[in-house]
Design a protein around this ligand. Structure first.
Ligand code: ATP
Ligand code: MG
Length: 451
């Protein structure tokens, strides 16, 4: 791809490492300012005019070099967050563990990060917990240092607004060409510093179709349990990125392959491990495929529906168990939903604005069975009918409930007036339900989110 590369070597301040830097001049790579968001270009130029260094970095450079459309544009600079705030009226500083400047342009946010130093991270023990996790990362450094503390080699490429060259500090171009996802530095140390990097590895591998370097892969299976020490609120954000990126199914399969899914959704993983006739795997797989299709078609995907799918199996089994003990239908579902949610929140948090509609989707399921008289009309008028109906269709497609039930409801929506009344008045009811055991887990403690 890029032939005549300008190479030079540099030594970091402690003279520990010699790193080869490759500089690819603007006429030898495919990044053009036309493909960068106008707002990101504005921020780059404003920083430059204010006397600072400014680079596009991370996914923006990586995806443009791959000919893909970047999800967002991240900028790295030697300006400190307060300097960035002074330079932009529309700027907010966020994060404690990792202080960042967000420059707002309507819906678009351009993230500006000050060059970080790895040296401080190693030297100052108070920034790391016992298992090697970085709790603060706000020691500023040079661009060379900043490059080395990034996660993957392909994420450590910098596009300069000064001369439009691409600077490669970590042999990222080579890995980009070979389709390899390689952590910078020792994989175990880097995963311990921030276990979320394990989820990022899976996400990028799924999104780009890259192979994870075997040394990193080994660690994924070895120390996946470190995810338990990550604040549940941060994991919520990462789970969303994994499943609302258009490659939910591939991400789900990879997470399971590396044993990471169980660290995020232990109750669901336990159910998946005891599958009967490929259900519930089929159900989650259908849910993930459905999410990917919606994203491809430009339709919205709500986290409420996504989490309803991911947690349905433990909820369903527990509700059936309660039913078998004589609990009424709705109360079984409510109790089961409550229990499963309480336990899940210790691993991955789900904000109330999503958990409430998620529970409504579950609670409405039994009402689809009631197809006589006024009841189906009332259900149809329910504000959450559409989501609950989509959920019913998924259950039917994966064989968990009768396909006839979903078809009846499809027809019921299609017809109107007398035909609809006739359907409701002529219906003869059915019921279903399986008994299953559900093992209880011990609650665990987790740190308060420090972000
Ligand atoms: P995308 O935006 O497409 O999800 P990205 O690589 O841009 O991918 P961001 O989360 O936007 O990911 O982060 C921007 C850059 O910041 C990354 O490319 C990487 O260089 C650095 N980075 C982000 N998170 C981490 C982390 N946990 N550890 C080290 N570096 C990170
Ligand atoms: Mg990004």
């Amino acid at each position: 791809m890029m032939k005549s590369l300008i190479s030079r070597f540099f030594q970091n301040k402690k003279k520990e490492k010699v790193v080869e830097v490759r500089i690819i001049p603007h006429f030898e790579h495919n990044i053009s300012r036309d493909n960068i968001s106008e707002n990101a270009v504005k921020v780059l130029y404003r920083l430059k005019k204010s006397g600072y260094q400014a680079y596009l970095v991370g996914g923006g450079v990586r995806d443009l070099l791959l000919g893909r459309e970047p999800k967002d544009f991240d900028i790295a600079t030697d300006a400190h967050p307060e300097d960035v705030k002074r330079a932009f009226r529309n700027c907010r500083l966020i994060g404690r563990r990792f202080r960042l400047a967000h420059v707002h342009f309507g819906q678009e946010i351009i993230e500006v990060a000050t060059f970080r130093s790895m040296q401080g991270a190693v030297k100052t023990g108070d920034r790391q917990t016992e298992n090697g996790m970085l709790v603060r990362d706000n020691v500023y450094g040079t661009i060379e240092e900043d490059a080395l503390r990034r996660d993957f080699t392909i994420n450590a490429l910098y596009y300069s607004i000064e001369d439009f060259s691409v600077i490669d500090y970590a042999d990222g171009l080579n890995d980009l060409e070979e389709g390899v996802l390689r952590l910078l530095g020792d994989p175990e140390t880097r995963f311990r510093e921030d276990p979320v990097r394990m989820l990022r590895a899976v996400r990028f591998a799924a999104k780009l179709g890259f192979n994870i370097d075997p040394l990193c892969e080994e660690q994924l299976s070895e120390i996946g349990d470190l995810l338990q020490s990550v604040p549940a609120a941060r994991l919520f954000e990462e789970v969303l990125k994994l499943f609302i990126s258009g490659v939910a199914l591939r991400s789900f399969e990879k997470l399971r392959h590396y044993g990471l899914f169980g660290e995020l959704f232990p109750d669901t993983e336990e159910c998946l491990a005891h599958e009967e006739h490929a259900f519930p795997i089929t159900f989650v797989v259908h849910g993930m495929k459905n999410t990917d299709t919606r994203i491809r078609e430009g339709k919205s995907v709500t986290p409420a529906f996504l989490f309803a799918v991911l947690l349905w199996e433990p909820v369903r089994l527990f509700a059936n168990e309660l039913r078998a003990r004589g609990e009424p239908l709705l109360s079984s579902m409510q109790q089961a939903g409550n229990e499963v949610l309480m336990e899940q929140l210790q691993h991955v948090s789900i904000p109330k604005r999503f958990s409430l509609p998620m529970r409504e989707i579950w609670n409405l399921q039994h009402r689809f069975e009631q197809r006589l008289g006024k009841r189906p009309h009332r259900l149809l008028a329910h504000p959450k009918f559409r989501a609950a109906y989509d959920f019913l269709c998924l259950r039917a497609e994966s064989g968990e409930t009768d396909i006839e039930l979903a078809e009846w409801w499809t027809r019921f929506q299609e017809v109107s007036g007398e035909a609809r009344d006739a359907m409701a008045n002529s219906f003869k009811g059915t019921g279903n339900g399986k008994k299953c055991r559900r093992r209880r887990r011990k609650p665990r403690t987790r740190p308060i989110d420090s972000n």
